[in-house]
Design a binder for this molecule. Structure first.
Ligand SMILES: [Zn+2]
Length: 480
C-alpha cells in the first residue's frame, strides 16, 4: 500500500527499489529478516525491561539477552566476563527525608520536594536562610566576589558537565550554587552514578539543580533567601556492562584490524511512573547489531578484517558506555579502522516527512566511510542522503563521537533524525517498519563487510569540521 501511494509521488526511483526488493537476496541479505528483528525488539522494548535506564534491572536483563544472541550467533566473547565489558561504578541515592530545601521571598516561603531538585553531591550540607543572587553564566564566571557566602543562582547550561565547569572556573566563593533547569535536561530523578575514575572531590562546592517551575520562578525574581539541609546519600556498587562480541577475520594481517558496529541498548527508564520503552531509540539499533552479527557470522567465508559488535550502556546519560570503551578499548584503537553506530533505524515517519528505503549519516562529508555505505546502499536499494543541517549537527549527539575523538572514522547511521515519539513514552515496538528496517540492515551488513574486506582503511577527509578528528588520526598513525 505504502509503495503504491509513494510511487505515484516519487515515480520510477521507488519502482526500481521495489523491483530490487523482489530480486533474490544474496547470502548475507537472506539471513536478515523482518520477523527476526520484530522478535528481538518486542522483548527488548517490552514493559518488563522498564525502559532500560542506566543502571536498572531492565538494563541488566537486556544485556543478558544481547549476550545470549551473540552466543547463538557464535561470536567470540570479548569482554572481561564473557561478552560483558564491566564498568564497576557506584550509585548514590539519598532518602527523600534527607532533602530539605526552602526558598523564601516577599514574605512567602516554598519548600522544594526531593523530586523537584537534584543534589548530586556527597557531603552533607546545612545552610541557614542565606541571600540568593541571580546571575547569568558570563557574569557568574567573571564575578570577583559579589556571590561570596551567598547562594549563587544560574540558569542550567545546555552542556552536560556544566556543574564541573562552574566548580573549576568560579572566582567567587558562594555557600551554594543553584542551577535552574526547568526542562530537566540533566540529572535523572532518584540518584546518580559515580565513576570511580573521576572521583567526586570531597569538599567541592555543592550544586543543587532545581527543576520545580514555581521554585525556579521565585529564584529568578531576586531578593530570595535559601535554606537547605541535605544529608549524605547512600552509596552502593553497580556493574554497568557493554556487550562485546567478535567475528574474527580471515586475512593473516588484516584480521588484526577491527571494524566496530555499535548501538546503545539503554533508554531513559521510568519517569513519573510511566515506562519509556525506547523501541526506536535505540532498541532498533541494538537488534540490528544482533541481526547483522548473526547474518555475518553465518557466512562460510570470513571477512578479511575482524568485526566487533558492541551494545553500549548509558548513552542517554552522556555516552557513558562508549566513553568507557574509549578509555578501556578491548581492541587497540590504532587498529580500529572504522565505527558505524546505529540509531533510530525502525521508524520511517521522520518528523520532516516519510523516509522509506533511505538512510542518512552524521558527519556525512567527514570520512570515506560514507562512500562504503553509499556503495552498499546501491547494492541493496537504499538511498543514502545528507541532511543539510542535521547530518553535521547530530555528529556529536551519539556514541560515534567517543571513537571519533580518538581518531577512528566514526559515524552514526539513522533512518530518521526526529520522529513523533522521540524520548516519549509511546516509542513502542508496534510502530516500527520492520520490512524497511531489514532492508536498512542489509545495507549496513554490506557496508561493514565492504570495509572489512577492503585493504585500504577508511580515512577522515579535509572538511573543516573534521580537522580535529583528522589530527587525532594522525597521532594514531604515528602509534602504528
Ligand atoms: Zn539514541
Amino acid at each position: 500500500m505504502r509503495h503504491t501511494a509513494l510511487a505515484s509521488v516519487l515515480g520510477l526511483a521507488l519502482l526500481s527499489n521495489a523491483a530490487l526488493a523482489q530480486a533474490p537476496l544474496d547470502a548475507v541479505s537472506s539471513r536478515i529478516s523482518p520477523d527476526s528483528l520484530r522478535g528481538h525488539l518486542s522483548y527488548l522494548s517490552s514493559d518488563l525491561l522498564e525502559g532500560r535506564g542506566t543502571p536498572s534491572r531492565g538494563l541488566d536483563l537486556a544485556s543478558e539477552y544481547i549476550a545470549a544472541q551473540f552466543r547463538r550467533a557464535g561470536l567470540e566473547p570479548a569482554g572481561d566476563d564473557g561478552y560483558f565489558q564491566t564498568a564497576n561504578w557506584q550509585y548514590a541515592q539519598r532518602k527523600d527525608a534527607d532533602f530539605a530545601f526552602t526558598i523564601a521571598a516577599g514574605g512567602s516561603s516554598l519548600s522544594v520536594p526531593a523530586g523537584g531538585a537534584t543534589a548530586g553531591f556527597l557531603d552533607p550540607l546545612s545552610l541557614a536562610a542565606t541571600p540568593a543572587i541571580f546571575m547569568d553564566w558570563k557574569a557568574a564566571l567573571a564575578d570577583p566576589g559579589a556571590a561570596n557566602g551567598k547562594v549563587l543562582v544560574v540558569p542550567a547550561a545546555a552542556v552536560p558537565g556544566a556543574a564541573g565547569i562552574l566548580q573549576q572556573q568560579l572566582k567567587s566563593k558562594p555557600a551554594l550554587v543553584v542551577m535552574i533547569d526547568k526542562e530537566r535536561r540533566h540529572g535523572a530523578p532518584g540518584g546518580w552514578l559515580i565513576d570511580p575514575e573521576k572521583p567526586a572531590s570531597k569538599g567541592a562546592l555543592p550544586v543543587v539543580v532545581v527543576h520545580a517551575p514555581d521554585a525556579a520562578a521565585l529564584l529568578e525574581k531576586g531578593g530570595a533567601t535559601v535554606a537547605a539541609k541535605v544529608g549524605a546519600p547512600e552509596v552502593r556498587p553497580v556493574k554497568l556492562r557493554n556487550v562485546v562480541g567478535l567475528l574474527r577475520g580471515s586475512d593473516p594481517q588484516l584480521k588484526q584490524t577491527y571494524v566496530l558496529l555499535s548501538a546503545h541498548y539503554d533508554h531513559v527508564g521510568i519517569r513519573n511512573g510511566e515506562i519509556y520503552n525506547g523501541a526506536n531509540d535505540d532498541g532498533s539499533g541494538t537488534v540490528s547489531v544482533i541481526e547483522i552479527a548473526s547474518a555475518l557470522a553465518a557466512q562460510k567465508e570470513r571477512p578479511k578484517r575482524s568485526i566487533v559488535f558492541i551494545a553500549l550502556f548509558g548513552e542517554e546519560l552522556g555516552m557513558l558506555g562508549s566513553r568507557y570503551y574509549g578509555r578501556h578499548p578491548v581492541f587497540p584503537v590504532k587498529d580500529t579502522v572504522a565505527n558505524i553506530n546505529l540509531e533510530q533505524l525502525g521508524r520511517t515517519d521522520d518528523s520532516e516527512g516519510p523516509q522509506v528505503a533511505s538512510a542518512t549519516l552524521t558527519g556525512f562529508d567527514y570520512s570515506t566511510v560514507t562512500e562504503a555505505v553509499r556503495k552498499a546502499g546501491a547494492q541493496t536499494g537504499i538511498r543514502l542522503w545528507k541532511h543539510p543541517v542535521n547530518s553535521d549537527r547530530y555528529f556529536a549527539h551519539s556514541d560515534n563521537q567517543s571513537l571519533a575523538d580518538l581518531g577512528v572514522p566514526a559515524h552514526t547511521l539513522a533512518v530518521a533524525f526526529g520522529f513523533p515519539d522521540y524520548h516519549g513514552k509511546d516509542d513502542t515496538w508496534d510502530k516500527i517498519d520492520y520490512e524497511n528496517m531489514a532492508r536498512i540492515n542489509r545495507m549496513v551488513a554490506h557496508a561493514v563487510l565492504g570495509i572489512a574486506n577492503d585493504p585500504v582503511r577508511p580515512a577522515w577527509t579535509n572538511v573543516p569540521n573534521a580537522t580535529k578528528y583528522l589530527d587525532a588520526s594522525r597521532k594514531l598513525n604515528l602509534a602504528r
